[in-house]
Design a protein around this ligand. Structure first.
Ligand code: TRP
Ligand code: SF4
Length: 328
C-alpha cells in the first residue's frame, strides 16, 4: 500500500466562517480527509502580520473557528487540527528561512503590493508583513507537505515556498520536498449584495447565524434588479436568490420558482421566504453541533491541544534534521 499523500492548509482566524468559506475552502478540506493525510491549522501568527495593533480578539476567533470547522464536518479523528502558535517550531524554521530568502522575492509577491494598496489606512511597511510568505513557507515545509489546497490568491505564496525549499536544499542538502498547490474549487455563493461574500463587506451569512438572522439577511438580498414591482415578470438567471435556491431547495421547488418568477406568479418576498426556510434547514445540523461544542469548551480545548501535540512531534523531527543539515 502506498502512503497517503500529505496535505496541509491553514486559515487566518477571521472570526466566524460564512457560506462562502463553507462552500469554498472548507468543503474541499472536508472532502479530502478520506484520501489524504490532512493537517489543517489556524494561522494565528499570520493574523498579526496585518492586525498587530489589535490582538484582543484573536484567541476568541481561534476558538470560534475550531468550532466552525468541527460543526461543518472536519474531523479531529481523521485529520490533525492545530493552532500555529502552539507549535513554536514554525517560528524557528521561519527565522532560518528568513536568512536565505532574498528580499526581492518578497517585493515581487503580487499579494504584497495588492494588500498594501487595499489596506491603505494601515501601516504595513513592517518586517513581519513583508515576511508573510516566509512564515507560510515554514508552515508548509515543516510538515514536508506534498500538496497545499489553496484559493487562487495564495498560489504565489506556494510558488515562493517552492523556491525557498529549493534554495534550502541547494545550500544544506535535500531535506524538503517542493509542495504542489491544489487549486480550491471556488464557492458559487455570492454575498447578499451580489459581491463576493466577505465579512468586511457586511454581506455574509454565517454558519453561526440564528434562524432569525438568516431570515433577516435573506430578506435584504438583492434580486433581479430589473424587477421593480411584483407584477413585473422576473429573470431568475440573474437573481442571486435563485442561485441560493439551486443550492438549498429541491428540484421541484427550483423549477416552480423558475416558472412562477418568469410569469410574475410569485413575488420576491415569498420566493425569499421559501429559500430562507431551506437554508435554515440546511444549516440546522451545523448549528446543533456548534451548540454541542459551545457547551463543552474543555472538549474543544482538548482537541486543539491533542492536534497541536501531534503536529509538534513532526515539526520537531524536521527541525532536528534541519539543525543537523546546517550543523547548528
Ligand atoms: N495565507 C493563508 C491565507 O491567508 C493562510 C495560511 C497561512 C496558509 N499559512 C498557510 C495556507 C500554509 C496554506 C498553507 O489564506
Ligand atoms: Fe429572484 Fe425569486 Fe424574485 Fe424571481 S421571484 S427575482 S427568483 S427572488
Amino acid at each position: 500500500m502506498t502512503r497517503k499523500k500529505r496535505i496541509l492548509s491553514g486559515m487566518r482566524p477571521t472570526g466566524h466562517l460564512h457560506l462562502g468559506n463553507l462552500h469554498g475552502a472548507l468543503a474541499n478540506w472536508i472532502e479530502m480527509q478520506d484520501t489524504y493525510e490532512c493537517f489543517y491549522f489556524i494561522a494565528d501568527w499570520h493574523a498579526l502580520t496585518s492586525d498587530y495593533d489589535d490582538t484582543g480578539n484573536i484567541s476568541d476567533y481561534v476558538k470560534n473557528m475550531v468550532i466552525d470547522w468541527l460543526s461543518a464536518g472536519l474531523s479531529h479523528e481523521k485529520s490533525t487540527l492545530f493552532v500555529q502558535s502552539h507549535v513554536k517550531e514554525h517560528a524557528e524554521l521561519f527565522l532560518i528561512l528568513s536568512m536565505i530568502t532574498p528580499v526581492p522575492w518578497l517585493e515581487r509577491n503580487p499579494t504584497y503590493k495588492d494588500q498594501i494598496a487595499q489596506l491603505g489606512n494601515k501601516d504595513l511597511s513592517t518586517f513581519g508583513f513583508m515576511g508573510y510568505p516566509v512564515l507560510q513557507a515554514a508552515d508548509i515545509i515543516i510538515y514536508k507537505a506534498d500538496c497545499v489546497p489553496v484559493g487562487i490568491d495564495q498560489v504565489p505564496h506556494v510558488e515562493i515556498t517552492r523556491e525557498i525549499a529549493r534554495r534550502f536544499n541547494y545550500f544544506y542538502g535535500n531535506i524538503f520536498p517542493e509542495p504542489q498547490a491544489i487549486l480550491t474549487k471556488m464557492s458559487k455563493v455570492l454575498g447578499t449584495d451580489r459581491r463576493k461574500m466577505s465579512k468586511s463587506y457586511n454581506n455574509a451569512i454565517f454558519l453561526a447565524d440564528s434562524p432569525e438572522e438568516i431570515a433577516s439577511s435573506v430578506s435584504k438580498m438583492i434580486t433581479d434588479p430589473d424587477r421593480q414591482r411584483k407584477n413585473d415578470p422576473g429573470n431568475p438567471d440573474i437573481c442571486n436568490v435563485f442561485d441560493f435556491h439551486k443550492l438549498y431547495s429541491d428540484k421541484s421547488l427550483v423549477d416552480e420558482m423558475n416558472a412562477e418568477c418568469r410569469k410574475a406568479g410569485i413575488g420576491c418576498v415569498a420566493c425569499k421566504k421559501k429559500m430562507a426556510a431551506n437554508l435554515i434547514n440546511f444549516l440546522e445540523p451545523i448549528r446543533e453541533k456548534r451548540s454541542y461544542y459551545e457547551q463543552r469548551p474543555e472538549l474543544v480545548a482538548d482537541i486543539i491541544v491533542t492536534g497541536s501535540n501531534k503536529a509538534r512531534k513532526i515539526a520537531q523531527q524536521t527541525m532536528e534534521e534541519v539543525r543537523s543539515a546546517m550543523k547548528i
